[in-house]
Design a binder for this molecule. Structure first.
Ligand code: ADP
Length: 291
């Protein structure tokens, strides 16, 4: 079952066409990476899904309900890129306020609030005003999960954080897998690589690559790493192939057929100490898809 579906979506700001016919679906239970460079339209798309922006053409369906400007879909939790808080409040006070606005009972707010502050590692009794960016993001996740949404949408949750803060957020998002489907937008491909099972690459207003991370990586495997005992042999090897990158005793050959490489090395009397099929990184794939 798909928790979110986007069909033929279009959106312009005056004469700037940002989304030009976007299609993709997010299956329930996934951690889904919504990837694109800055300014590619990730926030615009998420705001349309959340009913915060009007849709020009096409449609977005969440949990079977069609997204419309001004309509809140109750099964969705949202973490904006920079969550805003009342600085004088403490975390539990803030969650209580949010729960009351959402019409939750006192008992449920208390129970959920404690569980979630535990999940995001915020037992601090300090006021939010003194929190680091990472702590504010963690509180934002707790708030977004308060009402047990079926879908959690996070806008660039790790972009402004240091490596430790990023790791904490990624660990939390991994921990909520199973409780809710997670979509998070980012331009940091290593974050996607670490936790996402599915991904869509947004470029020039459309999806240029979309699917299971494991499938995408398999399709595009065509680079080999060859290591020799001596630098001289590696040099000779690099001269045989056009797409070869030499580094001391190692050669990486891109866009090649493994059998052809082995044949050419045998013909030239080159015997490697290591021959390895390289798995492409998401960065390689993204750059390949947008070039
Ligand atoms: P991303 O989230 O991928 O960084 P955005 O959705 O924020 O991208 O922006 C996509 C494009 O739309 C950018 O060129 C941005 O400048 C433009 N844009 C975003 N919001 C507005 C707006 N309210 N008015 C005009 N242009 C906008």
């Amino acid at each position: 079952m798909n928790i979110l579906e986007i069909k033929d979506l279009k959106k312009s700001y005056r004469d700037l066409d940002v989304i030009k016919g976007l299609n993709f679906a997010v299956p329930a239970g996934s951690i889904f990476g919504f990837v694109g460079i800055n300014g590619s339209g990730k926030t615009t798309t998420m705001k349309m899904a959340l009913g915060l922006l009007s849709i020009d053409e096409g449609e977005i369906t969440i949990c079977g309900e069609r997204a419309e400007y001004g309509k809140t879909i109750k099964d969705v939790g949202y973490l904006p890129d920079v969550p805003e808080y009342y600085p004088y409040m403490k975390p539990m006070e803030y969650l209580t306020l949010c729960g009351e606005i959402a019409g939750m009972s006192k008992e449920r707010i208390n129970k959920r609030g404690k569980e979630l502050l535990d999940l995001v590692g915020l037992k601090s009794k300090r006021k939010i005003g003194g929190f680091s960016r990472g702590m504010k993001q963690r509180l934002g996740i707790a708030q977004a999960l308060l009402n047990e949404p079926k879908l959690l949408i996070c806008d660039e949750p790790t972009s402004a954080l240091d490596p430790m803060g990023r790791k904490e957020i990624l660990d939390i998002l991994t921990a909520v897998k199973g409780q809710t489907t997670v979509i998070f937008s980012t331009h940091i491909l290593s974050d996607v690589e670490r936790i996402c099972d599915r991904v869509v690459f947004l470029h020039d207003g459309i999806a240029v690559l979309d699917g299971l991370v494991s499938d995408i990586k398999k399709q595009k495997t065509d680079s080999y790493l060859i290591e020799f005992a001596e630098n001289e042999k590696a040099k000779q090897c690099a001269l045989i192939f056009t797409e070869a990158e030499l580094s001391q005793n190692t050669v990486v050959i891109k866009k090649a057929d493994g059998q052809n490489i082995i044949k050419a090395m045998a013909e030239n009397g080159l015997v490697p100490v290591k021959f390895e099929l390289l798995e492409p990184t998401l960065e390689d794939l993204f750059i390949g898809a947008i070039m």
